[in-house]
Design a protein. Structure first.
Length: 282
């Protein structure tokens, strides 16, 4: 009889799990794949430490977590690095407020993973929060005020909520989408407190000042210290999270600061022609 070939333990009270002892060089057996998928859906994020994994392996793992077991296509794809040192590094500097990637799109991709290829001590942390856990724990008065309303999410950062070290993604055409609160997760069916500091522009049913006041109260809950997991990077760390149920943020990254190079792999690859953002500091 097969047995699950790794240990899975909770990373924080509300979400996240650490996977210990997974062997990723060969085929992952069926029971272990099932256990990892269950943990991913229930906990929203998986952390693997001291992992030796290449682009193809990271891609395979991300897709497996959402049920795609087809052979990969990494030979024909560019490997993307979030890096403050490499010439073509993504998001090379600046701070990022909490968001989910492509939140401004009707159908964002489902899995986002970051693998620490080269990180030096003191490099910026990545923080996670769960909109699924936040919805479950939202105080009743706030739930009553926001439930059934709709939020508009937009490209770029909502700059007035941040400081002057924000990274500003710039596009020639801004895009936005409107979603219900709660948003229902397309894979797990769970309700999500789907609003973010960086990308949620406003609650469409409310006047501007009332919308902002309500959003800031909701953010106080979503980003409270005990709702956030802050990851300090070490080489060989792989952090895989649900890009719909979770949000991520990072501290300030500087070009001349400690090296911070993370391989970013997403799944599925979105079938849209979105303009890649150019970056400038706020
Ligand atoms: Fe992001």
């Amino acid at each position: 009889m097969d047995m699950v070939s790794c240990q899975i333990r909770n990373l924080s009270a509300g979400f996240g799990a650490e996977v210990i002892g997974l062997e990723t060089t060969g085929e992952i057996d069926a029971e272990t794949r099932q256990a990892l998928r269950k943990a991913f859906d229930e906990r929203g994020a998986l952390l693997f430490r001291k992992l030796d994994i290449d682009f193809a392996g990271q891609d395979r793992l991300c897709r497996m977590l959402i049920g795609d077991e087809t052979p990969g296509s990494t030979e024909t794809r560019k490997e993307n690095h979030v890096s403050n040192k490499e010439d073509d590094g993504l998001a090379p500097s600046g701070r990022l407020m909490f968001h989910a990637d492509m939140m401004w799109h009707e159908k964002p991709f489902q899995v986002l993973s970051l693998y620490a290829i080269n990180v030096e001590p003191g490099s910026a942390t990545t923080s996670l929060t769960s909109t699924e856990y936040a919805w479950r724990t939202l105080p009743e008065d706030l739930r009553k005020r926001i439930e059934g309303k709709h939020a508009r999410h937009q490209t770029g950062q909502v700059y007035h909520r941040g400081g002057d070290d924000l990274l500003m993604p710039q596009r020639s055409v801004e895009q936005s989408t409107v979603k219900a609160i709660p948003e229902i997760h397309p894979r797990t069916g769970k309700p999500l407190l789907y609003v973010s500091q960086q990308m949620t522009h406003n609650i469409v049913e409310l006047p501007e000042d009332e919308s902002e006041e309500l959003l800031l109260k909701v953010f106080d809950h979503l980003y409270a210290p005990d709702m956030v997991y802050e990851h300090e990077w070490q080489n060989g760390d792989l952090l895989v999270f649900d890009n719909i149920a979770m949000q991520h943020a990072r501290g300030n990254v500087e070009r001349d600061g400690p090296t911070r190079t993370l391989r970013k792999v997403i799944a599925p690859i979105p079938n849209i022609k979105a303009e890649a953002p150019r970056y400038a500091k706020a």
